[in-house]
Design a protein. Sequence first.
Length: 183
Amino acid sequence: MQTRWIGVLVLIVAVSNVPKAAAQERESGPRDAHRVLQLSTAGGLLVTSVLGTITALNQPTWFGEGRCASGRPVLGEYGCHGLSTLHGLMALLTTVLYTATVTVEFAAFDWPGRDRHGSGYEALSYVHLIGMAVQPVAGLLAAVPDVIGLDHNSGFATALRSIHIITGWGITGSFAVTTIIEL
């Protein structure tokens, strides 16, 4: 009698594990790839925005002359001369991740999810799409205004730096909200 109950228990455990085993063996598809890309992009945007904020605190913006001018830069001398390079490299990586994410969305899904998420989601999607299209150019011009014949401390460079940081946080926020909606 006991062996019969043991046999039934073994059968129940074996049958209950079949769906789990099948789920574990399934191949990953575009949804899985998209989720990984989306979360990586969100993380990249956050890190880039934080580095950009620290860089902006050190440089002249609409919010002040910057901590480098006052002699008290965030992260010391590195914050005045090296941090913008790290910010730029992180921005480049994030732009590549964003491009891959949006490419998967366009190729595999109905971007920007018009039928699934509503008009607010669609508006936020366009905010980060358009923002990511212009943000790299604005960032490069803010960092090296000499390429268009302007001084680093000109009013235009200061304005562009200010707009760049505000836009960066807008892109990060809109992408974060659309990511949360999709998860």
